[in-house]
Design a protein around this ligand. Sequence first.
Ligand SMILES: C[S@@+](CC[C@H](N)C(=O)[O-])C[C@H]1O[C@@H](n2cnc3c(N)ncnc32)[C@H](O)[C@@H]1O
Length: 232
Amino acid sequence: MTAPSPDSDSPVLLTPDGSRTAHNARFGEAYGSRHGARAQAHHVFLEGSGTDTHPAPRVLEIGFGLGVNFRATLANAAARGVLLHYHAYEFDPAPADLLREVAAGGEGADHPLWARVLGGWGRPEGLNEAAGGARLRVDFCDVTTAEGTEAGLPQGWATALYLDGFSPTRNPEVWTPDFVARLAGALAPGGVLSTYSAAGHVRRSLQAAGLHVERRPGAPGKRECLRAVKPA
Ligand SMILES: C[S@@+](CC[C@H](N)C(=O)[O-])C[C@H]1O[C@@H](n2cnc3c(N)ncnc32)[C@H](O)[C@@H]1O
């Protein structure tokens, strides 16, 4: 159930847990779960990857979208007083005003780093900002073709990887076996990839990449989701 926006031209969607997401016209899908954008960010990504308890999280995200997962992670790290490093990719940045509207009054929106994100959003050279005990880098490029450039995926770096493309049907390039294997290479030993998809081909790609895959109950509206651990 998604409450209609008061402004019918607006892509913004209010979700049952009180958080917002938005409809993306290019892919014909919402950025986050219509059943609870905040709930999905917490259950699938923050908790699914163990980032909510990690003493020094380094998160890699595909893709940044509206920053709902980032704000959930930022607020959690700030509340725990741990340093957060967050590196995201986004090849089609939404307008900064949309990020602002979706975040208004939500978690992490009052963090000093969020203000910097909005200030530098969409700059072609990318975003690399630090404030309040957290650092965020966003590369505005197609992550699938970034190898060999400065924006290439880091190797063995991430304690958590949020695989949050649009659905495998509409955004297949970020779910291919080849790309998933490259993502596995970006995880540190013991690092965890989390994703909302529980599709059989995604699970098999994760296994083929050498990760230990676990099925978990899904966020509201989904039966299952996946977490995949890189052997230590
Ligand atoms: C489901 S949305 C992500 C929602 C986001 N994680 C959030 O918390 O708001 C998927 C995002 O991935 C981006 N994306 C899809 N394919 C990509 C690619 N090949 N390279 C970089 N970004 C990509 C899309 O533009 C979109 O913003």
